[in-house]
Write a protein that binds this ligand. Structure first.
Ligand SMILES: NC(=O)c1ccc[n+]([C@@H]2O[C@H](COP(=O)([O-])OP(=O)(O)OC[C@H]3O[C@@H](n4cnc5c(N)ncnc54)[C@H](O)[C@@H]3O)[C@@H](O)[C@H]2O)c1
Length: 264
């Protein structure tokens, strides 16, 4: 198979595990030079070694907390120092807090999540755009299916993910004059360490995982690798797509289900 993103420079936030790791891998396997950040140097450095050895692309870990503006600016600067340009930015680092009702959620919790899940995507894009414009590059934002269909006891998370879809469209409009495409991916349930952690907080983790699998028409969760292929498609192949929201959901949004919570 020919390499689909050879020598292109890609930044991935939150690349040390889960969906981000799948995206880093897909790009390295297709010849890209990937710079990724995450929280936790040990996991990041281990993955840098593993994927760099794998090739044919390359992989560099930079420790960066995306909630810190100066660290995001540095992530972009280090990438340009290392490789001279940027072709693609993947905003992926984010968090789903444990489910709880609005009545028990504080303003401070909501503000912190907005900063992590949404403002970081905006700022990374802002710092990378001057370079992306030079290369007619693209941005890929990882949103979530729940940004469109909602989710129980998760109003702040759903709000951040819905806003990512809207921001993607607004930036696609603004950046079209620079030939920069801006798209997003909305995964449904994908088995990642985050999903496992959330399941472990429920009364019956195995039953929660089983229900998570059956939420899709396809009767299973998505994989990191499938998320990587979706990101690679948007970067390498989807050259006539901008402002789109690519659902990666196994059909979870289709058909009627037993949804009413009204007591009978
Ligand atoms: N797993 C799912 O089912 C699912 C579904 C829809 C959307 N998503 C979204 O996909 C993205 C990744 O989710 P995941 O399940 O792979 O999560 P995960 O927790 O397994 O991995 C998250 C990654 O982000 C990094 N990260 C977290 N906070 C960071 C910060 N402040 N600065 C830098 N890096 C940080 C972590 O180090 C890790 O590498 C998130 O935006 C999430 O909302 C996940």
């Amino acid at each position: 198979m020919p390499l689909r993103y050879q020598n292109k420079v890609v930044i991935v936030t939150g690349g040390s595990r889960g969906i981000g790791r799948g995206i880093v891998k897909a790009f390295v396997e297709n010849g890209a030079k990937v710079v990724f950040c995450a929280i936790g140097a040990a996991a990041g450095e281990a993955l840098e070694t593993e994927f760099s050895t794998m090739g044919p692309g390359s992989c560099k870990f930079v420790e960066c907390d995306v909630t810190k503006e100066d660290q995001l600016e540095r992530l972009v600067a280090v990438t340009v120092e290392l490789h001279g340009h940027i072709d693609c930015l993947v905003n992926n680092a984010g968090w789903h807090p444990p489910h709880k009702p609005t009545d028990e959620t504080t303003a401070e919790e909501f503000r912190k999540l907005l900063n992590l899940n949404l403002v970081s995507y905006f700022l990374a894009s802002k710092f990378a755009l001057p370079y992306l414009r030079q290369r007619h590059g693209n941005i890929i934002n990882v949103s979530s299916l729940v940004g469109t269909i909602g989710q129980k006891d998760a109003a702040p998370y759903v709000a951040t993910k819905g806003a990512i879809i809207s921001m993607t469209k607004a930036m696609a409009v603004d950046e079209s004059k620079h030939n920069v495409r801006v798209n997003c991916i909305s995964p449904g349930n994908v088995m990642t360490p985050l999903w496992e952690e959330l399941a472990a907080q429920t009364a019956d983790a195995a039953a929660t995982v089983h229900a998570g699998e059956n939420a899709q028409l396809m009767g299973r969760m998505g994989t990191e690798a499938e998320c990587g292929l979706a990101a690679l498609f948007l970067a390498a192949d989807a050259t006539f797509c901008t402002g789109i929201d690519l659902l990666l959901s196994g059909g979870a949004e289709l058909n009627y289900g037993f949804k009413s919570q009204i007591p009978s």
